[in-house]
Structure formats: C-alpha cells, structure tokens
Design a protein around this ligand. Structure first.
Ligand code: ADP
Length: 530
C-alpha cells in the first residue's frame, strides 16, 4: 500500500464526501446513519487518550493529538496522541529499563505464562465492548469482530501463555578437534531478544496487537507497540487490560502516531533490538532500511495477491463459489491474504464467476455497528480513494466489470463488492495489491497452465485450491510458492498455525511455535570440565 506524508494523510481526512456518488446499480448501496454506541463504550470514548509509557498514561511530548474517524460516516469519534521521535524515545527508554532492571526478567516462566494467559481471559471478559470498539474504529461488522477478531486475539494469548514454560535449549555433544583429551559440557539457552518495536496495521487492529504481543511476552521481551493511525483505539484499550492483568510497568508501552513519524522513529531507534512489522510490502522495505542503522533484527508480514484456484472437479461447485467469495470479500478485502486472483478451469469459469458475482450483489453494506451489516466501509478515505483508483485504472485498460466497480453511496467510505473479468497480466488490478473487495477472475486450461500463472506475482503469502483429486491437491500445494495453502477452504487461521510469506510477502512466521524463533536468540554456553 502506498505511503503518504502525514500532512497529506491528515489533509485528506474530512467529514465531507470526497468523491462523486458512484453509479449504484446493484442494490448494495450503503447506509450510513450514525450508530449509537453502548453507554460503557461512550464513557470510555469520552476519556482523553494517552500513550502507555512505563506504566503511566501520558500525553505526547508536543501535547498534540490527531483525529480518529468513524469510517461509516467520516465523523470524528476520538483523538489519540500524535507521537513523534521524542515519545518513541521515552517509550524505548521505559522498555529498556523494564528489560534490564524490572521484575520481568526475574519472573519464572510459569509466572510470566500466567500473566499472558490472564490477558486472554480479560479480552474474553470484555469481548462485547472490544468488538463494538473495533467495529466503530475500523468499520468491520461488529458481529464479525465478536466471533473472529476478539476470540482469536484471546486465543493467541492463551496459546502463547503455554509456550512461556516450554522455550528450551539443547545439550550439545562437542568434539573440539584442536583440544585433544579436553572435556566440555556445552548447552544452548534461548533468551529474549530485548526491546522489541512492533508496528501494526489497521485491518485487524486488536488481533494484530495480539499476534505481536503474545509471543514477544511469552519469550520475555519488552515492547513498544505502535498501532496504525487509522485504528489506534483497541490497542489503547488492550493497554488497560495488560495493566489490569498485572504486567509490570514498562513491559508493554503503546505509542500512537503516524507511520512516517512515530513508526519511522521506532524502526530506526538505536536502542531497539528488533522490529516486527505487519503492513504493506512498500513500507516493509522502508522498515528494513531504517533498521540497518543498528542492524536490529527484523520480521515482516507483508502484502499479497493470492491466487485461489478452482478446478472443475471440485467436490461441490457451490462450496467453492462460497469459498471464493469469502476469500476476497471477508473483512472487505482488507486482508493481506485475500484471495484476490480467482483462477478457474475454463469449463466451469462462467458458472463460478456468475456465482461469485451473485454473492457479491447480495452482500449487505452498512455501518459495522448495524446488526444486519455484512460488509462495512473501507477503513479510511485514503483507502476508498486507493480502491476506486484501481477500479478506474481497470476500466481504462479495458477490463470487464462483471459486477460492482465503484463507490457505494455518497457518505462513508463504502465500495461495491466487485468482480472483474477479461483482464491482462499487465494490468495493475491483476498485479498489485488493492486491499479492497475487488476480485480479478481468469480462466485456465489445466494444471500445467495454472501453476506458473498462480506463481506469477512478487508476493507469496497465501493460496487456495479447490479440487476433490487428492493427488492434484498435493501437487498444486507443493508447487505454489506461498506461505499458506488452503485446500477446499480459505481464511482458516489458528494460533497454532504458522503464517507468513514467501518472496516479497515477508520474513519469518507469525503464530505457532515458529514465531518464537523471532522473539528469542540462542546463546551457546561451553563449560570446560578439565
Ligand atoms: P497503509 O498504507 O494501509 O496505511 P502501511 O503499511 O502504510 O499500510 O501501514 C502499516 C503500519 O505501518 C501502520 O502502523 C503505519 O503507521 C506504519 N507505517 C507507515 N509508514 C511507515 C514508515 N515509513 N515507517 C514505519 N512505519 C510506518
């Protein structure tokens, strides 16, 4: 995704409609009445928002804040600290102090694990309010946040809590050929990396905070977390829950602000030992450059343009059609693993495309807090512009918009669920990550035709395959250059399942026990026995 300067990002945010209403010929025009929030959330929103630094809630050094918007109608719902370099420095200093001097390092793994577990419990205890807040801030349906984002976040902390007591080294039999006769006892210990900077995106704000914090804490690190400027609120609420769980001061610091200021300062800070980033491939490359100053360790979970391959022999075409629709339209297409390229075997192409388009037309757009909403707005005006710009480029280059193709309604940041056919490999809608509900569908003739086409992307995050032929499913899964391959399903996530990218989709794996590699380092200890 494109990075813009803070000035233009701020300037582009206004309550006024910014695009002319799109032709809305297919019945999912958006509603955007101002939703009422619960009394509990209204009270929380009324409190001034501060950064969590060293266990205290503090204003940005400048005293400045930025506006937080409801993407369903563009109204301002809150303000968050507009943190800059100085704020990041204070948070890193607090994290360093907690790591070097605080009780965190001296805690037993069991005590640490119990604290991490408690965070999961608290998330579940406040699940309704967290889902409401997430929906208001991000735009996603509250019902989805309640069954997916929030329980998955809790589950991640619960899963990682168990690992705190299971991070083990090895004993190593060594030979040392240049010291004949000498005897040694050698072992390895896996230790925390130290102070970790974590920069997360806006598409699953609470869940991404959990993905990052859970393993970092289980492994004994101290953290400075920077949520996305579009969606800072659930991370701040999570900060309150972390303190309630009993995390010692300074172990987690949360600093809100823009990417180009707060994020860049965190990635570049000389006293940060590691930076973990989830976001666009473009910003991932900036993070790598910023991290080079002190050669901090880097892990990246980046963009995608994931192929979803439907063979004609799939068990049940209707299930594959549902799966293809879910693969692209879940979370409004704002998923790094969205199945945005649908590759369909030619004999069933028309049927599958018509089926997905039909499902697209049925999707009910509206504010996330409305109970019948199935798809909310894009997260921001910038994102709305980005998605509609890609649609316009597609139209100009001659693609066929089978359904959708523009903005929905004239207030809020809604776009129509869109299916595009008649595309060419060179078109930007085929090659680039759109991060919106825009599906590009192409025909293929057979296995030999589809594999290279599925892999023809600089990304390699995820892929889907639909077939009842087990041998074919395995052959395709093996040939696809992607970190996750879903066969006869899509968007299946679990705290125990590693997730991450091949090629330009990232470095390292989130979740599962593999993520602990990203938050520990190995120390070899050799004892001379004489
Ligand atoms: P988007 O373009 O959709 O905002 P990004 O990849 O830019 O997605 O943002 C993901 C996260 O990266 C956010 O927390 C954002 O603030 C942060 N970010 C953006 N630009 C930079 C940067 N230059 N350095 C560090 N972090 C950044």
């Amino acid at each position: 995704m494109k990075t813009i300067t803070p000035t233009s990002r701020r300037a582009s945010r206004t309550n006024k409609p910014i695009l002319t209403p799109a032709r809305d010929g297919h019945g999912n025009g958006a509603r955007s009445a101002r939703p009422a929030v619960s009394a509990g959330l209204a009270k929380w929103l009324a409190k001034p928002k501060r950064n969590l630094v060293g266990g205290d809630w503090v204003e940005a050094a400048s005293g400045r804040t930025f506006e937080v918007f409801n993407p369903a109608d563009g109204s301002v719902i809150d303000h968050a600290p507009d943190s800059k370099k100085e704020d990041i420095h204070r948070a890193v200093t607090a994290a360093r102090k907690a790591f070097e001097e605080g009780p965190w390092r001296r805690m037993t793994p069991s005590e640490r694990g119990k604290l991490v577990w408690r965070v999961g419990d608290l998330i579940l205890r406040h699940a309704d309010q967290l889902a409401e807040l997430e929906s208001l801030d991000n735009g996603k349906p509250r019902s989805v946040a309640r069954v997916a984002d929030v329980p998955l976040a809790a589950d991640l902390f619960h899963y990682m809590a168990g690992w705190a007591t299971k991070i083990e080294g090895n004993t190593i039999p060594i030979s040392v050929p240049y010291a004949p006769g000498a005897r040694f006892h050698a072992f390895t210990a896996r230790e925390p990396i130290g102070v970790v900077g974590q920069i997360i995106p806006w598409n699953f704000p609470l869940l991404m905070a959990a993905w990052k914090l859970g393993p970092a804490l289980a492994a004994g690190n101290c953290v400075v977390l920077k949520p996305a400027e579009q969606t800072p609120l659930s991370a701040l609420r999570l900060g309150e829950l972390l303190l309630e769980a009993g995390l010692p001061e300074g172990v987690v610091n949360i600093v809100t602000g823009f990417g180009e200021t707060a994020g860049a300062a965190l990635a570049a800070h000389e006293d940060v030992d590691k930076v973990a980033f989830t976001g666009s491939t473009e910003v991932g490359k900036l993070i790598v450059r910023a991290a080079a100053g002190n050669l901090k360790k880097v892990s990246l979970e980046l963009g995608g343009k994931s192929p979803n391959v439907v063979f004609k022999d799939t068990e049940n075409l209707a299930t594959a059609i549902d799966g293809a629709a879910n693969a692209i339209f879940f979370n409004h297409g704002q998923c790094c693993c969205a199945g945005s390229r649908l590759l369909v075997e030619q004999d069933v192409f028309d049927e599958v495309v018509a089926g997905v388009a039909e499902r697209a037309k049925q999707i009910k757009l509206g504010p996330g807090l409305d109970s019948d909403t199935q798809m909310g707005p894009m997260v921001s005006e910038e994102q709305l512009r980005r998605v509609t710009r890609y649609m316009n480029q597609g139209k100009q280059s001659g693609a066929c918009f089978f359904t959708g193709g523009g903005r929905a309604g004239d207030s809020g940041y809604f776009v129509q669920p869109t299916v595009v056919t008649d595309v060419k490999p060179k078109m930007s809608i085929v090659r680039e990550e759109i991060f919106g509900p825009v599906l590009v569908a192409e025909k293929f003739s057979d296995l030999e035709d589809v594999i290279p086409r599925a892999n023809q992307t600089p990304y390699g995050l995820a892929a889907g395959v639909w077939t009842r032929d087990l041998a074919k499913a395995h052959r395709v899964a093996e040939a696809l250059r992607a970190g996750t391959v879903w066969i006869n399903c899509y968007n299946i996530f679990d705290a125990a399942l590693p997730f991450g990218g091949y090629k330009q989709s990232g470095w390292g794996r989130e979740m599962g026990h593999e993520v602990l590699e990203l938050y520990t380092q190995t120390k070899a200890v050799v004892i001379g026995l004489g």
